[in-house]
Design a protein around this ligand. Structure first.
Ligand SMILES: [Fe+2]
Ligand SMILES: [Fe+2]
Length: 293
């Protein structure tokens, strides 16, 4: 990134503000669902966690916005806070409309350092979005739920894509302003926060498992779209869907890079292993064919 700090700030803030979409969750085109689709939607075990995460996101971003001195950056962060709160509202509308059993539990106190809380939240959002894009792509292709519902979720994920691009640019801009703009410093900072985000995600998965009484996602009919998918297919889907969404952004802006790079390296490793295995298996199969019957 060769842009001057102010030029960069103008670009990522103004693009974020200009791409904001006005809508009211209550007036979206919510479809009527038949019994099978309703059962599948209600069977998804993580609605409570998702609603909690969005409510908490709104609170963290709003708290951070109050500490930002730069008027343009503050306007953009406030807008992100508004969108996070609207995500929670969108989920409430869906939960109410389709009678999904979800309790709205009180939010835990947020870290007393709003910037630290915002950075933890932002890197966590980069990780959740990367995985969420993959799950969404697989579920949509399988027709797990009616397409009009996917169109609504697609809009929500489009906003999450904008949030993570805004976030990595904000972090890069702030680090540069503090004299830590070198690429390796930014990478080390991101790796540290991603480590914390991964640990939190594992904790959430463990809590989710015990809360669901040992029932896993496949027991809630998600095997309709996960059936036949390997971990490698899943990583490939996350990478492909992430790349597709990131392609929509200005190429001058830095984009979230660590997770797609790790995924790309892992996929290349898998491909190499498959090729080596195929070469090693060839003579063995030849010998097997030559054996007398
Ligand atoms: Fe959100
Ligand atoms: Fe977000």
């Amino acid at each position: 990134m060769r842009m001057a700090a102010d030029e960069h700030k103008q670009l990522f803030c103004r693009q974020f503000i200009a791409s904001h979409c006005r809508f009211d969750p209550a007036t979206l085109a919510w479809p009527d669902l038949d019994d099978a689709a309703l059962e599948r939607l209600r069977g998804i075990p993580f609605w409570q966690e998702v609603l909690y995460t969005e409510r908490r996101a709104g609170a963290i971003v709003a708290a951070y916005a109050r500490t930002v001195a730069d008027p343009l950056v503050r306007e953009a962060v406030c807008l992100q806070g508004f969108e996070e709160a609207r995500h929670a509202e969108l989920l409430r509308v869906m939960i109410h409309r389709y009678s999904i059993a979800v309790d709205e539990v009180p939010l835990e106190p947020i870290n007393s350092d709003p910037r630290r809380a915002f950075a933890d939240f932002g890197y966590g959002e980069c990780l959740d979005s990367f995985l969420g894009f993959g799950v969404f792509g697989i579920a949509r292709r399988s027709g797990f739920l009616p397409e009009p519902l996917f169109e609504i979720f697609d809009m929500l994920l489009g906003e999450e894509a904008r949030h993570i691009v805004f976030f990595v640019n904000l972090m890069a801009w702030q680090l540069k302003a503090r004299g830590y703009g070198a690429r390796w410093l930014r990478g080390a900072n991101a790796a540290w926060y991603y480590g914390r985000a991964a640990a939190r995600l594992l904790g959430t998965v463990r809590r989710g498992r015990s809360a669901n009484d040992g029932k896993n996602f496949s027991a809630t009919q998600a095997d309709v779209f996960l059936d036949g998918f390997t971990f490698r297919d899943f990583v490939n889907e996350c990478w492909a869907e992430h790349s597709r969404r990131m392609a929509a952004f200005d190429p001058d802006l830095p984009l979230p890079r660590l997770l797609p790079t790790v995924a790309r390296v892992a996929l290349a490793g898998w491909r190499l292993c498959s090729s080596i295995r195929a070469v090693l298996d060839k003579p063995r199969m030849k010998r097997a064919r030559c054996l007398p019957r």
